[in-house]
Design a protein around this ligand. Structure first.
Ligand code: PLP
Length: 412
């Protein structure tokens, strides 16, 4: 039964946070503007052929065969309990000093960010993010009633000098200092850029000096197509202030909803205690078996090859079709390209024209905690086939040209 049929307004029953966030435009406007005929470059969905269906079926069968009904019990079986060890081993391979009990398995990395938020955040606390940042994290932080401040980025990631200046000003003016800084340092969503190593070190110095938690979201770190690896923040950290979250969503499939937190033992203990409701132990068993059979490493090699081709194709199409005055990022990995439109063009206002031309994207302002990013947009090369991608970029270029000419006529 709908609210209208009951003629009842539930608003006063909602929590203050829900009342404050329910009309937030973050997830609204762009949803209504789409068209089945338009190429969707909006979302970071993996392409369906990348899903290892047969291998997951075989892993599930092997789990049932080895563990029987235990696999479906609350606790899960040995493959499920072995998955923390697999994650810890892989973290150690990447230079992260981590014991098996410093890994907490979660139902994906968004859930992991939620557990970290529950552990550290009170209403009114300050959270610093990159500006722009992953909009899923922004809406999640808003659920905690915190203040969010976005620090600018450039082609080398978060502007740590701007962060340092902000922290210094806050301290000297007696304004609140951050409790937590959320960052996606490697193949950032939405810009695709990677935080330079010297900036990583500086960020950790600032965290130690001002004592805030650094929440490192490394959803895309394994999907590098160009250049040399940069050590993760967790690998560079010797303060224990870095809490790292990651996921199998991009390296196996998002529907398995399996991710993890790596945190210092003392923090991990509280997070484990606070994480109510349990996690998906059956899937953890299947993933555990999949990893132990060496299939994850093989899949990551294949994924790097196919996403690398997709990324190169998107960049080539942008070079070929986009008009002068537009600029875009040059990612070495991940799923996204960030486009800056010619001066005066607003990505949200341009969307209906883009749909008409045959493409959908996400307007940049959705990725900001404040009113910035109107001249930017995010496109993803992870989902659509190469020929559709090309049509999508041609349509984006056509819409940009129209919007630019409207803008310059308005200026005349
Ligand atoms: C930076 C970042 N973190 C987390 C997620 C979500 O991951 P999960 O599916 O594990 O919740 C995404 C997915 O879009 C992402 O881009």
């Amino acid at each position: 039964m709908t609210t209208n049929e009951r003629e009842r307004d539930f608003t006063h029953l909602f929590s203050e946070t829900v009342q404050e966030t329910m009309n937030n435009a973050g997830y609204g406007s762009w949803r209504s503007i789409s068209d089945p005929a338009a190429v969707s470059l909006s979302f970071g969905f993996p392409f369906p052929e990348s899903f290892p269906n047969d291998e997951l079926v075989a892993s599930a069968e092997a789990v049932f065969e080895a563990e029987g009904d235990v696999a479906l019990q609350y606790t899960g079986g040995e493959y499920a309990s072995g998955l923390s060890g697999v994650v810890a081993d892989r973290a150690r391979d990447r230079g992260i000093d981590c014991e098996d009990d410093e890994v907490i398995l979660t139902n994906g990395s968004t859930h992991a960010i939620d557990v970290v938020s529950q552990t550290f955040l009170d209403p009114g606390d300050l959270v610093v993010t990159e500006a722009p940042t992953f909009m899923g994290a922004l809406s999640l932080f808003r659920n905690y009633g915190v203040d969010i401040e976005g620090v600018e980025m450039d082609a080398d990631g978060l502007d740590v000098d701007a962060l340092a200046a902000d922290l210094e000003a806050r301290e000297s003016e007696g304004r609140p200092l951050p409790k937590l800084l959320y960052t996606i340092p490697t193949f950032h969503n939405p810009t695709g850029v990677t935080l330079a190593e010297d900036r990583r070190k500086r960020l950790l110095e600032l965290a130690a000096e001002y004592e805030f938690v650094v929440l490192e979201d490394d959803a895309y770190g394994e999907l590098r197509y160009e250049g040399a690896d940069v050590p993760s923040l967790a690998a560079l950290d010797d303060t224990g202030l870095v809490v790292r979250v990651s996921t199998f969503s991009k390296t196996i499939a998002p529907g398995i909803r399996t991710g993890w937190i790596v945190a210092d033992e003392e923090l991990a203990e509280e997070m484990r205690r606070i994480n109510a409701g349990g996690t998906n132990t059956f899937t953890q068993g299947v993933v555990g078996r999949y990893c132990e059979a060496g299939l994850l490493e093989e899949n990551v090699v294949d994924l790097r090859e196919s996403y690398s081709e997709r990324c190169a194709h998107m960049l080539a199409c942008l070079d070929e079709y986009m008009p002068a005055g537009a600029d875009w990022s040059d990612p070495d990995g991940g799923f996204f390209v960030w486009v800056e439109l010619p001066e005066g063009v607003d990505a949200e206002e341009m969307l209906p024209e883009a749909v008409e031309e045959g493409v959908v994207y996400l307007p940049g302002h959705l990725f900001y905690p404040d009113d910035r990013g109107h001249d930017c947009l995010r496109i993803s090369f992870s989902h659509v086939p190469l020929d559709e991608m090309e049509r999508g970029i041609e349509a984006l270029a056509a819409a940009t040209r129209t919007a630019t000419s409207v803008e310059s006529t308005a200026d005349d």
